[in-house]
Write a protein of this length. Structure first.
Length: 285
């Protein structure tokens, strides 16, 4: 495995990366930090010198995702989706290199959207991020639509978006689960992610204390619908049908978190608050 027991990459890892980036593995050439990731060993890699050859990257900081044996399809899918999305003007990181088990992409300075929304940022900043998340999803769905079928980003949760430092631009990352599907799934999962991340519905006894989170869901959905209309997609939705889908999605995901009992206890109040905060999104002026 690339990481030692202490989480630092092994010499084998550095040798392999040197070959991919076309640089010699000299002492002091690299520094690396293990990222927390549920799917893969993922490293933040810093290089101090440029590589050799026309396609070699300049010194800088990169994200290295290490895919296990048998995950070639996932690596190829993510690399292709990132390249295709970027070519279509979607805000995603650039692929630096891909070889063997490694996918190397540019590192984006900033925070993941979960840390921004659930951290000390101002309410205006949080609302701005929610709005940009909705716009990003609409842009992505439109960019890959052929008029009949849709491509979804998959694994649509707050931690898979980066809010860039300084600019506040929202960038989508981790697209290995992208593929054909119903775009509603991305929207529903992202709303769920807003509501369940701490402070969320599973850590709060009284939902009224996190009403601001329900408001963020409204900002996200409103931005999504508006941007889809900008792209020429007719949005004719029924609020109750949408809420049925959302509650079903949240109920399904609650089993992954072993929180189905808590969810069922709060389901009625949850639906009422969602109805109140989302209803304006379904009024077309």
């Amino acid at each position: 495995m690339p990481a030692r027991d202490d989480g630092f990459p092994s010499g084998e890892f550095f040798d392999a990366i040197s070959e991919v980036l076309h640089v010699s593995p000299e002492p002091g050439m690299y520094s690396a930090e293990l990222f927390k990731s549920k799917k893969h060993e993922t490293f933040l890699l810093s290089t101090s010198r440029p590589g050799e050859g026309h396609n070699a990257p300049l010194p800088g900081t990169f994200v290295v995702k290490v895919f296990d044996a048998g995950q070639d399809d996932a690596k190829a899918r993510e690399s292709a989706t990132l390249a295709s999305a970027r070519a279509r003007g979607i805000l995603v990181p650039c692929v630096v290199a891909t070889a063997g088990r490694f996918l190397i992409i540019e590192h984006l300075a900033g925070e993941n959207a979960s840390d921004v929304i659930n951290g000390p940022a101002t309410s205006d900043m949080k609302d701005d991020v929610a709005t940009k998340l909705g716009t990003w999803l609409a842009d992505f769905h439109h960019a890959f639509s052929d008029g009949q079928e849709w491509t979804i980003r998959g694994d649509s949760n707050l931690r898979n978006f980066i809010v860039e430092a300084g600019s506040g631009v929202v960038v989508g990352i981790d697209l290995e689960e992208s593929g054909r599907g119903d775009p509603d799934g991305d929207v529903l999962e992202l709303i769920d992610s807003i509501l369940i991340t701490n402070p969320g519905i599973y850590t709060t006894a009284v939902l009224e204390t996190i009403r601001w989170k329900f408001s963020l869901c409204g900002s996200l959905l409103d931005a999504y619908f508006k941007q889809m209309r900008v792209h020429g997609h007719a949005i004719e939705r029924d609020l109750d049908d949408f809420l049925d889908q959302l509650i079903a999605t949240m109920h399904r995901l609650s089993f992954r978190r072993h929180a189905q009992d808590v969810f069922q206890e709060q389901e009625r109040d949850l639906r009422d608050m969602l109805h109140h905060e989302l209803r304006s999104c379904f009024i077309i002026f």
